[in-house]
Design a binder for this molecule. Sequence first.
Ligand code: PLP
Length: 431
Amino acid sequence: YEDISVADPEVADLIEKETWRQFSGLELIASENLTSLAVMQANGSILTNKYSEGLPGARYYGGNEYIDILENLTRERALKAFNLDPTKWGVNVQPYSGSTANFAAFTALINPQDRIMGLGLPDGGHLTHGYYTAKKKITASSIYFQSFPYRVDPKTGIIDYEQLATNANLFKPRLVVCGGSAYPRDWDYAAIRKIADGQGAYMLSDMAHISGLVAAAEQNSPFDYCDVVTTTTHKTLRGPRAGLIFFRKDKGDDLENRVNAAVFPACQGGPHNNTIAGIAVALKQAAAPEFKEYAKQVRANAAAIAQVLFKHGYRLQTDGTENHLILWDLRPIGLTGSKIEKISDAVHITLNKNAVAGDTSALVPGGIRIGSSAITSRSMKEKDAEQVAEFLHRIVQIALKTQEEAGSKLLKDFVKTFESPNTESAKLVAQ
Ligand code: PLP
């Protein structure tokens, strides 16, 4: 039990540097958050030593008396955090991440090569909802299932539910997936339920991005309409990196056993008990009144950022936000998301380039995604959020200036460093 600073100073040093980076910069990546010390203590605990394949009371290894209590507690807290009746809903708390939770849920619900429909990636959807490129099926969800994405209306940026209904009639999916990674609006779950019912399809919501807001009743609840709900635990929910799968128990199609068997043994081995302990702590915190205040503030801060960007005349996808994220369309001012991401990095503001509907390149997309979850965890309020937006405005002004004056060789090289940081000129600028 040597301290890490003695056992491995090299890794200890990197942890210290990353700690400094996280607290000295501004974190605006919409899928990230700053979890609590208690969650990190649970996540870094001795529970990592234990194997516990199976479920509480039915394990393949001995010595699980405390792990059983922990997993049951986590399941109870997960249902309570989302106000779910345990006779109607169950939950599996073992998925290692959001991606594995989704794949396990698909495995439980449908057969290989069955048809799925999810929001397209350039429209704000997630890779694991069936994404493929024109050249290749690059995700397991498109390799093992037939996928046909639905889209947002290019004019409004809002999901085109009518077109989804028309295409569902033609494609006949077995599963309709809602949820996304870059969709700033709330979801019309009732509309999607109707479409799924029209095809006799299952409906799954991946509420990864908004689960903290759902727990605080700051977004519509997918539980009112879905058969299965998946989530990551580390975004607005502010837990450790992991996933959860909620399933209906009252539909008579044995979703409980199907989901549990899909997680283990179909897709995973031993649960990460240290992570499950971290989830339990995060769920206790999410059920507290302060978390409701936090979730409200997350939305207020995102709205405050959007207001300032509007004031400066910028275009935001869907003309605003109803949740924690903003998708800023930079195409009208002739900039790429990659350039803004790189300049922001240079001034210790972390955000990510993001495709906006109609984009053709995922590598040089026309937008950036901004999230308010992490700055709100640092107690920022609307006034601070407005200041953050002013910083972003300044970054864009710098980027526009470098474009206007691109005639000079020096400036050209400088611009190049933003696009490809590994070039010789990037090294020079870094020096
Ligand atoms: N689902 C959605 C909607 C996401 O945004 C993400 C990640 O950002 C995932 C799933 C995947 O989660 P993970 O990175 O934990 O596998």
